[in-house]
Ligand binder design. Structure first.
Ligand code: ATP
Length: 357
């Protein structure tokens, strides 16, 4: 079921938590609401759920106005970061709960409840835990049970608010891959709140980047990562290096160095900042005469297959960061203290922006 959000506003006192948000979330897709703390993601999710009422604007599910429909009638399932399972109920009873509290005429029979619960426990690969108590499960397993419980009432929309936020990094990474596979199986329209850009990039079909209650950009993970529309989105989606740059006659330059630009069309002219990702900085052991900035390597850190370099560019005040496969360190003979040349191979210049540092 698609979700349409039209000009939704929400204030708490004078504080604007959601500022005129309009979005169309396609049916069957997993959409991440991504943004820093306080950007309004949870408030927007709660408005979609019907747990919070917007001051103005409409919410439609598959074209039908749901703005004033009570949460219990919206057909939504939730999982929150600290989703409290009932401690004294078994896993089976927790998952069955939503079915057993249905009005009598809608309540499935005992055998049907049993069949559905076991099917869901198999779906989340925890059927062997049916008779355990939540306290006998790990945090990651509990969140999978919370998901099974949310799915038990056959929601048309699944809403997840930082569901893996309280778990450690490794379990979190496993669970997000698991969620992606689960979504590929069941294709339920899902909205997922996260402040973790890696999680959003890895898991979702679409990303909505939020900041200060507004939508900065929405699109596929590739589109928002490769073609960020403004400095906020560029910086929020990954590490960046900033260089003073000038755009003139359709050419961007850092000093004398001509820059290839990711989005040369419609580029306004003037002074601004070039944004360059660490993996878009090429390191040269020798000056090849084709334009590069002289730099000295300050430090090298190897993390898994990747080498991260910190470099001081001649005349620049901030250190810059570059990333390359660690297998290239030896052929280039790179080591700390060495003089090298760096060349941005992809960049985006935002004219009119100044470095805050
Ligand atoms: P986080 O990741 O920290 O939860 P978020 O992007 O989900 O952030 P929201 O939880 O939607 O942000 O909150 C947006 C802003 O609205 C915050 O500054 C928060 O303090 C404020 N806010 C949220 N709920 C209420 C409330 N019930 N009363 C007053 N202020 C609120």
């Amino acid at each position: 079921m698609s979700i349409e959000i039209e000009h939704v506003n929400k204030r708490f006192g004078h504080f604007v938590a959601v500022d005129n948000v309009s979005l169309s979330l396609p049916a069957g897709q997993l959409t991440a609401l991504l943004g820093p703390s306080g950007s309004g993601k949870t408030t927007l999710l709660r408005i979609i759920a019907g747990l919070e009422h917007a001051d103005s604007g409409r919410i439609r599910f598959h074209g039908e106005d749901a703005t004033d429909v009570h949460v219990s009638r919206r057909g939504v399932g939730f999982v929150f970061q600290h989703y409290a399972l009932f401690k004294h109920m078994t896993v089976f009873d927790n998952v069955a709960y939503g079915l057993t509290v249905k009005p009598r005429r809608l309540r499935p029979g005992k055998a049907e409840i049993r069949r559905r619960v076991m099917e869901l426990l198999e779906l989340v690969q925890l059927d062997w835990t049916a008779h355990r108590l939540p306290s006998q499960l790990s945090g990651g397993q509990r969140q999978r049970i919370a998901l099974a419980r949310a799915l038990a009432v056959e929601p048309k929309v699944l809403l997840l608010d930082e569901p893996f936020g309280a778990l450690d990094a490794q379990v979190r990474a496993e669970l997000r891959r698991w969620l992606r596979r689960l979504h590929d199986d069941i294709h339920l329209t899902t909205v997922f709140v996260t402040h973790d850009q890696e999680e959003a990039l890895e898991v979702s079909d679409r990303i909505v980047v939020m900041n200060q209650g507004r939508v900065e950009q929405e699109g596929t993970p590739e589109a928002v990562y490769d073609h960020p529309v403004n400095p906020f989105v560029f910086s929020f989606l990954g590490q960046v290096n900033l260089f003073h740059a000038r755009v003139q006659d359709g050419q961007a330059r850092i000093g004398d160095l001509a820059l290839p630009m990711a989005a040369p069309d419609h580029q306004p002219e003037g002074d601004g900042l070039a944004y360059v990702r660490p993996h878009d900085i090429e390191i040269l052991a020798e000056d090849d005469g084709q334009g590069a900035l002289a730099a000295v390597i300050q430090g090298i850190t190897v993390v898994g297959p990747t080498a991260r370099l910190e470099l001081k560019v001649a005349g620049g005040k901030d250190l810059i960061h570059a990333e390359l496969p660690k297998t290239q360190l030896a052929p280039l003979g790179l080591s700390p203290g060495m003089k090298t040349w760096v060349r941005p191979v992809n960049s985006r210049v935002f004219v009119g922006h100044r470095n805050q540092n």
